[in-house]
Design a protein around this ligand. Sequence first.
Ligand SMILES: *Cc1c(COP(=O)(O)O)cnc(C)c1O
Length: 361
Amino acid sequence: MSRVYNFSAGPAMLPEAVLQQAQDEMLDWQGSSGMCVMEMSHRGKEFVSIAEQAEADLRELLNIPTNYKVLFLQGGASTQFAMVPLNLLRGSNQADYLNTGLWSEKAVAEAKKYCQVNVVADGKPSKYTTVPPSTTWKRNSYAAFFHYTPNETINGLEMHSLPEVEIPLVADMSSTILSRPIDVSKFALIYAGAQKNIGPAGLVITIIREDLTDIIMPGTPTMLSYKTHIENGSMYNTPPTYAWYIAGLVFKWLKSLGGLTEMGNRNQRKAEMLYAAIDNSGGFYKNPVDLTYRSWMNVPFALKDDALNDTFLKEAKAAGLVALGGHRSVGGMRASIYNAMPEEGVTALVNFMGDFAQRKG
Ligand SMILES: *Cc1c(COP(=O)(O)O)cnc(C)c1O
């Protein structure tokens, strides 16, 4: 079977060039080690060079300032929901959270175990189709940090500008990191599960301003302290070595394409093409999200008649367009178009959607 265009929200498509290289290096990394990266000691010089190169390339791509640490951790973004309050409350017991979707909700629920969570604004009454204007946010002046989710993967809602706050800003960038340039210096902490836009599941990357890591909540498990991982170069225990290596190949691939400015241009073109197909379908397809907050990465859309959903999915699959089913909480369809989705994949989807609407409309 030839490769399909995989619109899954995560684990998501990886660049074919990366998979090819991993295949070439599977039995004998760089033709000089006689082993697969999976078989290497994480403390040996080969793997240490892989790890260091990956970090250096990520730093270059995101232009990460030197006073930030980059950690390659495990436990997914979901573990960060606990690590953030455990490490960033720093003696306080209050934090601000912006609720923009189902992932924000989960972050809030976890943080409530450790502190008083002040939800500054709640998108739920709008069914997460918009973000309440920042002038209406109810901030808590005692909050130790402000947490938000720039891209809500399930709801397809993305904030295209930064919240302006004067306290440490924390972002769950799982489904938007590396999709365009960002100014890391505006953040106290950024985290992102790898399986959307970085590499294989099993790895989560945290970028943290170093001066914020000194006061940890008493009783914090060793593995949940950023300090532990900073002091040990993310090798306090055995790191997810193969996922780290593949992430490094993805970073090289991004650099070879021209870095994040180029990726941003591509991603914007892809998203505009898909939204245009939805908006110009005469109501056959609909996306519910406020135009200002439409995601470049995850595009949910409903068909005018839900009874057509199964046929749509079946015919799309036959056309090599897979994993288009929407999240169970939203229904309909969702196309995730991360960095590794080529423009041809989106063109193929748009052509299929046009043809389908013509036949069934
Ligand atoms: C996928 C996702 C998560 C959860 O990631 P895990 O690695 O499965 O824990 C959290 N936040 C956002 C925004 C996501 O897209």
